[in-house]
Ligand binder design. Structure first.
Ligand SMILES: [Cu+2]
Ligand SMILES: [Zn+2]
Length: 213
């Protein structure tokens, strides 16, 4: 008898879940809601709009997953810096891989600047820090910082610098101009970013410049 009651309950539950599913999926692909098939009652609490807005956002910010941009860095201000910075779009983030040589040992600030223009010998053609959200200069991860405030490279006696960095605050070529890094410049400075001085961390001369394109 007990088995029969459980059997009826299970049947009733599966019918109610599947009818709920049908009711929600007005005009959307059926596979989207398959994760609710575990039969838990929380699936009834969704009004369906949550899923819908997620989907809208996905299509609006459609990321070019797999897109990679290699930026050759050119020496500025009389330096001997050379190397590349590679940006690649992953599913949620942009990964940045720095591979430079010819730097003086110590700390060197690295930023994204607003102009993709390295035409001047001092790198100043790249303009100020890329700051699409109108914030103060600061340290990445703090409450306030420019979207281009990557931080400092640590350079050893061999003059080489590598850095692996990634963030979902950037995208490569998406429509959101507060995130799109294409068309911007990358600058490596002669000294360290102090993360405090405005508007750019008192990082000194611009020793290398590259255009993200
Ligand atoms: Cu800078
Ligand atoms: Zn800054």
């Amino acid at each position: 008898m007990k088995k029969l009651v459980i059997g009826i309950m299970a049947l009733t539950l599966s019918i109610s879940v599947s009818s709920c599913k049908e009711g929600k999926e007005t005009g959307q692909e059926g596979h989207e809601h398959e994760h609710t098939h575990d039969g838990e009652t929380h699936s009834h609490e969704h009004d369906g709009d949550d899923h819908h807005s997620d989907k809208m956002e996905d299509s609006k910010t459609a990321l070019m997953v797999g897109k990679e941009i290699v930026v050759p860095m050119s020496a500025k201000s009389g330096s001997n810096v050379s190397g590349t910075i590679t940006f690649s779009q992953n599913e949620n983030e942009v990964a940045m891989n720095v591979d430079l040589k010819g730097l003086t040992p110590g700390m060197h600030a690295i930023h994204i600047h607003q102009n993709g223009d390295c035409s001047s010998d001092d790198g100043k053609s790249a303009g100020g820090h890329w700051d699409p959200t109108s914030e103060a200069h600061g340290k990445w991860g703090d409450e306030m910082h420019h979207s281009g405030d990557i931080g400092n490279l640590e350079v050893g006696e061999d003059g080489m610098a590598t850095l692996d960095f990634s963030t979902d605050k950037w995208c490569i070529g998406c429509e959101d101009e507060t995130r799109n890094i294409v068309g911007k410049g990358v600058i490596v400075h002669a000294s360290a970013d102090d993360f405090e001085s405005q508007p750019s961390g008192a990082a000194g001369a611009r020793e290398a410049c590259g255009v993200i394109k």
